[in-house]
Write a protein that binds this ligand. Structure first.
Ligand SMILES: [Zn+2]
Length: 492
């Protein structure tokens, strides 16, 4: 079933046909949590995107070997443990447990391996030794640094400007800004009060980047198919992973690099000081279902900024419930219909649209649109009683099939009296496009743009159009007025 799968490869910046190294098998590495705090919804956006990717590959019949690291030693975990006056293990344990709990709550398929950095120090030491032996690394004051000058391919992924770097500049921080391209620490000399490991390269502890290079090689081999992360991993983390791995092993680290865009909250960067910082539990405490959150996180294309708002979450819930109520209606179909309409063509069209959408760089808007079109077209048949019990079963089976990818488990919304909530009844008049219901914010922007156009302030009208595009909304001016739709993947 289906055609060629295409993904946007950050390496090269183009959408490419996906061809795995070994036919039928996909080796997938996704950068995992740094367990210095509870995961927040921005983290979950990336993990839900990776889960959609993995589930779609499984749906298409691939076997997927998936590895996700747990970074349990780095600058942040060490700082946190020191501040609390406890050991690293004791400090990271509750965060590792919370990660596993939330992952299961969000119906994210577990990886095959969750290697912990602290359990793979020998692999990291061996990698650093190789880099020293091959001349890509040097020692300085007990630490070992990667010499980016000796690795001419540095910077290909992020396309950073290497000209700005100061020769010989070094940095020990695991995370650093784009402005400061410099040699980075592979192995950090032991400092008072910090955990360290005795090693032939000297007592110390690994840098963050070397952890992923060593553990991906251990579990997936030196070359694998897909490497994922958030856009903020591109530089320096993934750039440095590539440099370490490819310099040491002499082979390409990963064939496809997929990066998911940021999540913002109410149009702003999430931060604890602004009070817009949410862990999954904070949202569930407000009465939402985990699948509402999952639906919202997966329903914006992964390469677009996701603006998390409770309005958007309400819409996600409504969309999911409409699917659920449709399934509830199907259960009510009793016997053979008098004038049975064939539902197979509708199902086939929906499946084709769903698959074609996801094949196109995980164009989830198109995939979901195909599903809601099916509901829209099947609904009048249900109302007329033209769907047989067999037809209803086939429709229900289709939803079960696609839920292996979406994993939102749509269920009818029942009221206290045990009836399907009539306000969400799929037979009600304004049924379907609630998946794309306009938020108040979008409505206001569309109106403001109309006003600007009426006032011939085209610069302002254009600016609003661009703002909407940033929110993933495309406007089309037709002779019947303005239409809008959810944007697919960004071009290029
Ligand atoms: Zn990583």
């Amino acid at each position: 079933m289906g055609g060629m799968i295409r993904f946007h490869n950050t390496m090269g910046g183009k959408v490419e046909d996906f061809v795995p190294i070994e036919p039928g098998h996909v080796k997938l590495y996704t950068c995992g949590p740094t367990v210095y705090d509870y995961p927040h919804i921005g983290n979950w956006r990336a993990y839900v995107f990776e889960d959609l990717l993995k589930r779609f590959l499984l749906f298409r019949g691939f076997k997927v070997a998936h590895v996700m690291n747990i970074t349990d030693v780095d600058d942040k975990t060490i700082r946190g443990a020191q501040a609390k006056g406890v050991g690293l293990d004791e400090y990271t344990k509750p965060f590792i447990e919370a990660f596993g709990r939330d992952r299961d709550t969000l119906a994210i398929l577990p990886a095959d391996h969750y290697p912990r950095a602290t359990a793979h120090i020998p692999e990291m030491v061996a990698l650093v030794r190789t880099l020293l032996e091959k001349g890509f690394a040097y020692k300085k004051e007990g630490s070992v640094y990667f010499a980016i000058d000796r690795y001419p391919a540095y910077g290909r992924l992020s396309k950073i400007n290497l000209e700005d770097r100061r020769p010989g500049a070094r940095g020990d921080a695991d995370e650093y800004e784009k402005e400061s391209v410099h040699d980075f620490a592979l192995w950090k000399a032991t400092k008072p009060g910090e955990p360290f490991w005795e090693a032939e390269i000297g007592p110390g502890r690994p840098g963050w980047h070397v952890e992923c290079s060593a553990m991906s090689a251990r579990y997936l081999g030196t070359t694998f198919d897909i490497h994922c992360g958030g856009v903020d991993n591109i530089f320096p983390h993934h750039e440095n992973e590539i440099a370490q791995s490819e310099a040491a092993n002499g082979v390409k680290l990963a064939h496809y690099w997929l990066h998911c865009h940021h999540l913002i909250v109410d149009g702003e960067k999430m931060s604890k000081s602004k009070g817009n910082f949410y862990a999954l539990a904070d949202i569930l405490a407000k009465g939402y279902e985990p699948s509402d959150v999952r639906y919202l996180l997966l329903s914006t294309h992964y390469r677009r900024m996701l603006n998390f708002t409770f309005e958007a979450l309400d819409q996600a819930r409504t969309a999911r419930q409409r699917m659920g109520n449709f399934l509830g209606e199907l259960k009510d179909v009793a016997g053979p219909a008098e004038q049975t309409a064939s539902v197979e063509p509708l199902i086939e069209a929906a499946r084709a649209g769903f698959v074609a959408g996801l094949e196109d760089d995980l164009n989830i808007a198109e995939a979901l649109a195909a599903v809601f079109t099916l509901i829209k077209n099947a609904n009048p048949l249900l109302v007329r009683g033209a769907v047989s019990k067999d037809g209803a079963a086939k429709l229900a089976a289709f939803f079960k099939e696609i839920d292996t990818v979406l994993a939102i488990d749509p269920k009818p919304e029942v009221t206290a009296s045990g009836r399907i909530d009539p306000t969400l009844n799929v037979r009600s008049a304004e049924l379907i496009h609630t998946a794309d219901a306009l938020t108040l914010e979008i409505q206001e922007k569309v109106a403001a743009r109309q006003k600007a156009r009426a006032e011939r302030d085209f610069a302002r009208a254009d600016a609003i159009r661009r703002e909407l595009l940033d929110m993933g909304i495309v406007l089309e001016d037709t002779k019947d007025g303005v239409r809008w739709k959810k944007a697919g993947p960004p071009k290029g």
